[in-house]
Design a protein around this ligand. Structure first.
Ligand code: ADP
Ligand code: MG
Length: 249
């Protein structure tokens, strides 16, 4: 099995308060396989975002390392896309212009950029909103635009940090299904952070379970459920229960 991302004995120590420090991530090793949908779950403060930021090259580990296809990750790259909970769309740019922004950073402008933006707006079902501004869209639509922006630069890996955390329950379920549709069409490696165990079981091939104080991986589980998934499958409930137990709820 080929690995896209490798995290090797990575620790992250943050200074905190007066001379204190917090071990956000304690000697963590993890391999992300090519094209898999990997979820990361765990309580608030267990280092999920820290682990993702290390994978993205937004932070450097205090010890250990992260590599992408054999190369040490030292800074963000177009090969690794990011989607956050807060959409991070620029309010003064239309939806299409927001998507073109990432392409501009890659040196693509003018008509090719516009075409690529439109192609990805279509992928997320926002074709008729290319000229709308972020404030004119619902939360779900904004998140779809953020996903389109991340995908437009055609990264190999998509890192998502609680992307549906701010959505209402109904929109969240719709977005889960849409994301799976996109993942199946585009076959990307996805690392998806969520505090929802249900969401992790619904979406992923494997689930990384983390605990806090210090932040660490306590288990990596396979999700042997057939796709498309249904929450009515008794194995769905059983797996959810066993993760809740691991986390001692
Ligand atoms: P999660 O995403 O699982 O909620 P985080 O990775 O955001 O957890 O944080 C893990 C721990 O590291 C927390 O105790 C948090 O307060 C601390 N932390 C995260 N980022 C920083 C930072 N930039 N500076 C100081 N402490 C941080
Ligand atoms: Mg977080």
């Amino acid at each position: 099995m080929e690995h896209a991302l490798r995290v090797e004995s990575a620790s992250k120590l943050f200074p905190q308060g007066r001379g204190g420090s917090v071990l956000a991530l304690s000697s963590t090793s993890l391999n992300v396989r090519e094209n898999e949908f990997l979820a990361i779950v765990g309580p608030s403060g267990c280092g999920k975002s820290t682990l993702l930021r290390l994978m993205a090259g937004l932070e450097q580990p205090t010890e250990g390392g992260v590599s992408f296809r054999g190369q040490t990750v030292t800074r963000p790259s177009g090969r690794i896309g990011l989607v956050f909970q807060d959409y991070s769309l620029l309010p003064w740019r239309s939806i299409r212009e927001n998507i073109e922004l990432g392409l501009e950073f890659q040196g693509l402008a003018g008509r090719p950029a516009r075409e690529k933006a439109l192609e990805h707006l279509e992928l997320v079902g926002l074709s008729s909103f290319e000229n709308a501004y972020p404030h004119e869209l619902s939360g779900g639509m904004r998140q779809r635009a953020a996903i389109a922006r991340a995908l437009a630069v055609e990264p190999d890996v998509l890192l998502m940090d609680e992307p549906f955390g701010a959505l209402d329950a109904h929109t969240r379920l719709l977005m889960q299904r849409e994301l799976l549709g996109i993942w199946e069409k585009r076959k990307k490696t996805v690392v998806f952070v969520t505090h929802s165990i249900d969401e992790a079981v619904y979406l992923s091939d494997r689930i990384v379970v983390m605990e806090k104080d210090p932040g660490r991986v306590i288990e990596v589980l396979d999700v042997p459920l057939p796709r498309p998934r249904t929450r009515k499958n008794p194995d769905f409930g059983r797996l959810t229960e066993s993760i809740l137990e691991l986390l001692k709820y």
